[in-house]
Design a protein around this ligand. Structure first.
Ligand code: GAP
Length: 509
């Protein structure tokens, strides 16, 4: 299956099983805006919970916040978003399609990277156990050529981005003969900067209305509340403030399903530190965040760090944690050393003191900030696409299974009476009552048991408990495990203990 076909399967499975729907679908949808269905909502909530536990609950010096989406417009002047939150946009004159110039170039580079991967794959197959990856990368002439091409594009590309040199950026597109993916045409307009913020108005009459923006990041709500939280919590530096909430961006390129949305959710944490210590904290948070990702077991090979070539207007160091999505490695989370840019500017624009007072040293200063920022929806896509498999079984048949990390699964346990009679539903419902206060549990008595198992596999339910006639005799049930499909006859107590140990947060973090 090509990666494109795999991605299509991910999108259709998400719809078919109630995870993600196109927004306003009955009106033909709204581009890059999505709704989460009954199972998607649970999965999304579990992702947010897993993040919140790791960031807030397990760190005594990090607290939460829930700030508003609408903020005073000067916030966005001070943060630099009005002047600098732009993407370089280019139109194709023939297809009339609009693109981000930087993404056209990044996609071109990704294609060369894919060619390198193909060469590695071929060589691995040819040489088997003898294959030495490093040696191959350093000696294969075709791979060396590809790598040097990537290096040269990177160097021109980052220079053009750093200098905001739109003419050079266009020249790279022309020199590489990048064509419109829709029409194949190379007939491009000049590149323009495009501000990504959505505007709206506050107030009833047009004369008195005030221009506002829907927040493009949740971070600014944390900055403007920094002293409110610090003073009321009496936290001392270093400390963090975390927030989960909606953000809005008028993205030029709206494709790749929930990867790039116009309305999305972020999980952000601003960590306030002493100036001069930012390098150490940057490394510490890089390590911590990678550990969090790896704890979910999606495979170490699917993650990599990518240092930013062009630093955002607020950062002195920044990197992404990239994930191997069905369309290749792309940004999943950003880790940014934001200096004192935001707090200093808010102090300047608001004329209010935003300094932290160090009572031991009897001195005041504006803290530096280390930020971790991850999109909930991107995390959803990473987990969901990585988990979906079509598995060949020993008997020659196949099954679709969503091997979600059990801790994130929308439904943890499905309770299935073998028959709809003989008192089996009563025993099953009794068990349901006991489990539902602790876990999200579902009950299913329709269809043959094999079909019910398949349905739960496709939803990602890690455990099924089947109640049969023997259960009436000795109060034992069959516990079926999703990934191994193993079935074990256990007492109620044994089942509860087993599930508890597998779903306890301690066994994950
Ligand atoms: N406060 C810093 C900030 O917003 P960012 O790199 O622009 O940094 C952080 O965004 C994260 O938010 C990204 O790593 C990504 O996971 C998510 N994100 C950004 N734009 C998005 C979009 N249009 N759709 C979905 N997620 C997005």
């Amino acid at each position: 299956m090509t990666s494109e076909e795999k991605f299509k399967k991910v999108i259709s499975h998400a719809k078919e099983y109630g995870f993600v729907f196109q927004s306003s679908e009955i009106y033909d949808g709204l581009s890059a805006v999505y709704d989460y269905g009954q199972n998607g909502t649970e999965l999304k909530n579990n992702i947010k919970n897993y993040w919140w536990k790791a960031i807030v609950q397990l760190n005594e010096n990090i607290v939460g916040l829930d700030s508003s989406i609408l903020m005073h417009p000067t916030v966005w002047k001070a943060s630099g978003h009005i002047d600098a939150f732009n993407d370089p946009l280019i139109d194709n004159k023939d297809s009339k399609k609009r693109y981000r110039a930087d993404i056209l170039i990044e996609d071109y580079i990704s294609k060369i990277e894919t060619k390198i991967q193909k060469e590695i794959f071929k060589a691995e197959k040819k040489f088997g156990n003898q294959f030495d990856r490093d040696q191959f990368l350093n000696t294969n002439s075709r791979v060396i050529q590809y790598q040097s091409k990537i290096k040269s594009i990177h160097s021109d590309f980052s220079k053009a981005l750093e200098n905001e040199d739109l003419i050079s950026l266009k020249k790279i597109i022309e020199d590489l003969e990048i064509a419109c993916p829709i029409s194949g045409s190379k007939n491009w307009t000049e590149i323009k900067q495009f501000n990504l913020m959505f505007g709206t108005k506050l107030g009833a009459s047009s004369e008195s209305a005030m221009d506002l923006y829907l927040r493009p990041e949740t971070a600014q709500g944390i900055f403007v509340n920094f002293l409110n939280v610090q003073k009321t919590s009496r936290l001392k530096i270093p400390f963090g403030i975390a927030q989960i909430g909606k953000a809005f961006r008028n993205e030029i390129v709206a494709r790749q399903f929930i990867f790039r949305m116009r309305e999305f959710e972020q999980m952000e944490m601003q960590f306030f530190i002493k100036p001069g210590t930012q390098k150490d904290w940057y490394n510490k948070w890089k390590e911590d965040r990678m550990k969090w990702h790896l704890s979910l077991g999606l495979g170490q090979e699917n993650y990599r760090f990518h240092d930013h070539e062009k630093l955002a207007h607020y950062a002195d160091a920044a990197c992404d944690i990239e994930f191997n999505f069905p369309f290749g490695f792309k940004e999943l989370e950003g880790i940014h050393s934001r200096t004192d840019f935001d707090l200093s500017n808010h102090e300047k624009f608001s004329s209010k003191k935003l300094k932290y007072f160090d009572s031991q040293k009897n001195e005041s200063f504006i803290p530096y900030v280390l930020e971790t920022s991850i999109g909930v929806d991107r995390m959803f896509l990473a987990v969901f696409s990585n988990s979906l498999c079509n598995e060949k079984l020993e008997n020659g048949s196949s099954r679709i299974v969503l091997k979600l990390p059990a801790i994130l699964a929308p439904c943890k346990v499905a309770i299935l009476p073998l028959l709809k009679k003989d008192g089996l539903p009563e025993i099953a419902k009794n068990l349901l009552e006991k489990l539902k206060t602790e876990y999200s549990v579902s009950y299913d008595e329709k269809d043959a048991i094999g079909r019910r198992y398949r349905r739960q596999d496709a939803l990602g339910t890690p455990y099924c408990i089947t109640i049969d006639h023997q259960s009436k005799e000795d109060s034992t049930y069959t516990l079926r495990e999703r990934d191994s499909m193993s079935q074990e006859r256990l007492s109620e107590d044994e089942i509860l203990k087993k599930i508890e140990s597998k779903l306890s947060i301690k066994s994950w973090m």
